[in-house]
Design a protein around this ligand. Structure first.
Ligand code: ZN
Length: 350
């Protein structure tokens, strides 16, 4: 099979298209033909060598996979060849105390697909059968690949780590991003009034089209003042934050008394300072969020099947242009998800 592998870290674009032996599933694994695989900031961190976890090279990156089961290990009972699946990228052990209670995102022996084992920038991938999620009718491979990571991350933040009550104000940071675009739709679907942010007119327009009632220009250094103005000085009940750095500090200025910030990323900086006085006086909460549980990914796909959650897809590349796709992601001139399709007609003669 063909796979695009990262061969060196710390240098952009160090990928090679290789012909590898078809992977063989262990008794509890499944071999999946990759039909669509989403790109994620995680892939760029792996490329840069900026991840706090070791990565063995060469490595096939890509964690947002949708595809079709080709072969099953001898011990797998719940699936059959040809089943259409999404793959949960936070691979969990299924046995630790957290997995047993359904908190797979807290797994003690969790692995990241495409980081700690080979992922989906390939024609085929082998994964434990327990991380397969059935694709509901009406959800195509690209929709699934574009939503299973960022969409389910937002679902986990809004329905597991925090709670949205109808009428709540929710601020979704970066409305044109993967997490932000899903957070707008999910929060609105849960009955919230949604404010979002964007750095360009086009991004703000996209956030408004997804259902944000107000969209603020995040290049204005005092953008939190606009959130306070919109909410009549009250502030928002919940912030969905995934940027970190300066943004995480600023969102506390947007927060109502008793409000909650849920954060799942630190692209803009991993170390922040915060003023503890308003934090405890206003009884704020800061909640971390990481990955997703099976229930979140199932809910995400159900919302997609029901037409309540639509992916924003920027572009789709064939497998042999994975390096160009990652360069496009690095450029940050993107609207929504970039996908790789290993089986576009152009490459099927291989
Ligand atoms: Zn576990």
């Amino acid at each position: 099979m063909r796979a695009v592998q990262l061969v060196t870290q710390g240098r952009p674009g160090a990928f090679e298209l290789r012909n590898l032996p078809d992977p063989v599933p262990a008794p509890d694994e499944a071999l999946v033909q990759v039909q669509s695989c989403g790109l994620n900031r995680l892939d760029l961190w792996a490329e840069e060598g900026g991840l706090p976890v070791p990565i063995q090279l060469p490595r096939t990156l890509g964690g947002e996979i949708a595809g079709r089961i080709v072969t099953l290990g001898s011990a797998v009972k719940d699936w059959k060849t040809g089943d259409l699946v999404a793959v949960q990228s936070n691979i969990f052990c299924g046995e630790c105390e957290f997995c047993r209670r359904g908190d797979e995102s807290l797994c003690l022996r969790g692995q990241l697909l495409g980081i700690s084992r080979d992922g989906g920038f390939a024609e085929q991938v082998v994964v434990p059968a327990r991380v397969l999620v059935r694709l509901p009718a009406g959800v195509d491979f690209d929709t699934s690949a574009a939503l299973t990571l960022a969409g389910s991350t937002a679902m986990h933040m809004l329905t597991n780590r925090a709670e949205v009550r109808p009428g709540d104000w929710v601020l979704a940071i970066g409305g044109a991003s993967g997490v932000g675009s899903a957070a707008i739709q999910i929060a609105k679907g849960l009955g919230a009034r949604v404010i979002s942010t964007g750095s360009t007119d086009a991004k703000r327009k996209l956030a408004a089209n997804l259902g944000a009632e107000f969209v603020i220009n995040s290049t204005d250094p005092d953008w939190p003042a606009e959130v306070r103005r919109i909410t009549g000085k009250r502030g928002v009940d919940l912030v969905i934050e995934h940027v970190g750095g300066d943004v995480l500090q600023k969102v506390f200025d947007c927060l109502a008394r008793g409000g909650t910030v849920v954060t799942c990323g630190a692209t803009a900086g991993r170390e922040v300072t915060m003023n503890l006085w308003p934090f405890f006086v206003k009884q704020h909460r800061l909640i971390g969020s990481y990955g997703r549980n099976r229930a979140d990914i199932q809910a995400t796909l159900e919302w997609a099947a029901a037409g309540k959650l639509k992916p924003v897809i920027d572009s789709i590349y064939p497998l042999d242009q994975t390096a160009q796709a990652l360069a496009h992601l690095r450029s940050r001139h993107i609207f929504g998800k970039i996908l790789v399709e290993p089986f576009e007609p152009v490459s099927e003669s291989d």
